[in-house]
Ligand binder design. Structure first.
Ligand code: HEC
Length: 296
């Protein structure tokens, strides 16, 4: 294996490891960027849901109070308006899935699962905690969760004293456990779930063109480094090796190396020049003594 081959091999291995590491770092930063990107959209969805609920509860539900006494009107329920408006957003961003979960829900369908309950308890225990993000226990989805707090007196109309809830609504939600709420109390949590494959795909899309450029730069560096190493090391070592080989076989046609510079190869060339001269003197002496002239 020639020196040039070994050096080029070492160069290729180093560049391959370097490029892979740079690729991994860049990709993981693209991935976390993509995750932040989808999470900020998810956050907007939560803001929208909270705003719709408050507006409904304070301004629309009271207007429908009289009609609600006669018949059950889903339009008067803030949670319905929340569901409808988030459904629109889900249409626009199909990777976002919204749900509200409670430990003691009005609608049993909103009963929090075991891990959702844990998160809600976390919000109840630390009232200052504004949000939580993570990966669902299935390992397939990213989630963003925020506490739902009783933020208006109007909530008590249905979630305070059970007697205050319109009879038509109470008949519809017979199994409701969502009563006795106090102002400021954490009563549920909002969740947005996003398949992990979404930020991954987004990261892959942004990474592809960058990967092309990284490979191009790595190949450019490899060629330049190979040329420079060839010039600075390989060619000079090859010259020394060729000369040393020829001299060892008795040739005298080689002069001194042009040993300019201060690097190790120049030092080697100078030492070699000295060695070659002493060898030549020694042979001259020997020839003079013996009268036997052997060199070419
Ligand atoms: C007109 C009565 C009414 C008012 C006022 C009202 N809600 Fe509700 N709320 C309901 C009903 C009914 C549901 C169940 C809807 C469903 O999912 O079918 C519900 C569901 C919820 C849920 C989902 C979990 C569950 O209990 O099923 C949350 C969270 C919630 N309400 C919070 C609030 C907050 C906060 C307010 C005040 C800003 C409020 N609600 C005002 C009737 C009301």
């Amino acid at each position: 294996m020639s020196l040039r081959f070994k050096m080029n091999l070492a160069l290729i291995i180093t560049l391959f490891i370097g490029t892979t590491l740079i690729g991994v770092i860049i990709f993981s930063s693209f991935k976390s960027q993509a995750e932040n990107n989808v999470l900020s959209r998810a956050e907007l969805m939560l803001d929208n849901a909270s705003a719709v609920r408050l507006y409904m509860s304070e301004h629309v539900t009271p207007l429908l109070a009289r009609q609600s006494k006669r018949a059950y009107l889903p339009q008067s329920v803030p949670a319905h308006a929340v569901r409808r408006s988030t459904a629109q957003l889900e249409k626009k961003f199909p990777f976002l899935r919204y749900n509200e979960a409670s430990i003691n829900p009005t609608n049993p369908e909103n009963k929090a699962t075991a891990w959702e309950q844990e998160i809600i308890r976390g919000f109840i225990d630390s009232p200052d905690k504004a949000k939580q993000t993570g990966v669902t226990p299935t390992g397939t989805h990213l989630y963003l969760s925020r506490p739902v707090k009783v933020n208006s007196e109007s909530c008590q109309g249905c979630h305070g004293d059970p007697a205050a809830m319109p009879l038509t609504l109470r008949a519809h939600y017979k199994n409701s456990e969502a009563f006795g709420w106090k102002n400021g109390q954490v009563v549920a949590a909002q969740f947005v779930k996003i398949p992990l494959s979404v930020p991954l795909q987004m990261a892959q899309q942004s990474f592809k063109p960058v990967l092309g450029k990284i490979i191009l730069i790595a190949v450019g560096i490899a060629i330049l480094a190979a040329l420079l190493l060839n010039l600075i090391v390989v060619q000079r070592v090859q010259r020394i090796s060729k000369t040393a080989n020829a001299i060892s076989l008795g040739s005298t046609k080689f002069g001194d190396f042009n040993a300019s510079g201060s690097d190790e190869i120049a030092t080697l060339e100078r030492s070699f020049n000295r060695m070659r001269r002493s060898l030549s003197n020694a042979i001259d002496l020997l020839e003079e003594k013996t009268g036997n002239y052997t060199r070419m």
